[in-house]
Design a protein around this ligand. Sequence first.
Ligand code: GDP
Ligand code: MN
Length: 381
Amino acid sequence: MKLHEYQSKRLFARYGIPIPDGDVATTPAEARQIAKRLGGPVVVKSQVLVGGRGKAGGIKLARTPDEAEALAEQILGMEIKGLPVRKVLVDQAADIQQEIYLGITVDRAARRPVMMASSEGGVEIEEVAKATPEKIVKVHVDPFLGLRDYQARQLALGIGLGREQFRPFSAIASGLYRTFVETDASLAEINPLVVQGDGSLLAVDGKIVLDDNALFRHPDLAEMRDLDEETEAEREARQAGLSYVSLDGEIGCMVNGAGLAMATMDLTKYYGGSPANFLDIGGGAKADKVAAALRIILSDPKVKAVLFNIFGGITRCDEVARGILTALEEVKPDVPMVARLVGTNEEEGRALLEASPYQLITASTLSEAAQKAVAAARGEV
Ligand code: GDP
Ligand code: MN
């Protein structure tokens, strides 16, 4: 779950990271009020869960409350990368001398968090990593020791900060590390962290991605979810407890188990097709969960064929078949469907599908199922 900039920065502030004074507005009049309270120049910033808002025109500098109101009016009517802007953050403008990047994420290969800093802040870090990877300094953090002071100094030195900035920088780095750990985040990022004219540091942008699997430990953070930013399919998947990721292809896949889902997607590609989604219904899924999954798949207009790949262990094939049939009663599909059900109660499952009025193509191996699904998506059946 991604947090908005304003939410991320408020969390940062709890951990002692300096952020600009500011507030959120949903109307131009509110933006004006905030600008008036702050006095002096402000930035009006669209709050949408994508990067590159600046380049897209979603971040503007205003010198007066009048200007803030006019800009808020303009930005609140925008769509950025397909997302409508419903809120703007009105922040006291920073006096930017230099833009730094500071972020922390999990390095799976190293099996520990990695904190990264770069003198090339303000732009997306992926671009820096591509063009000038030597400009990113990294330290790995031992989770039992936490971020050590010498490591923060190493980062500060590595990006060429002056000695007088080491102490405030260390405080920010350790605040960011604590934010990351204590919120169970998978990413916490300040981009840019700016050096102001008077030499002080200020977190001007913030981004936090929380680990959904740990959200149950943070009811206060879970409440921050912006329902407007979720697609209908994502919402239904979350409520049904399904792992769902929408992709660009044309074959809708319903699989039980993450590894099996990956293998199914790979084989689909191997035979010349491309998956429309990753969808793991999990172990022991009952009919209602299967039905929700199928509804989600069929609501995607890109889907030209559906591929069910179920390995019955804890999950029973007859339950899955019942779920498929339940869903088919509701959503009348106009695309071909291929089913491969093996394992616990596979005969019962197959019998249920075969007795149904819907034309389901069956397969006994994964290769066969993938090939049939690719052919079906091309209209070759
Ligand atoms: P992003 O484009 O979505 O990453 O949004 P940011 O919050 O990082 O803003 C993009 C850019 O706008 C920053 O890199 C800055 O160059 C500029 N910017 C943001 N806030 C301020 C501010 O308070 N003052 C000034 N002068 N520029 C700002
Ligand atoms: Mn940014």
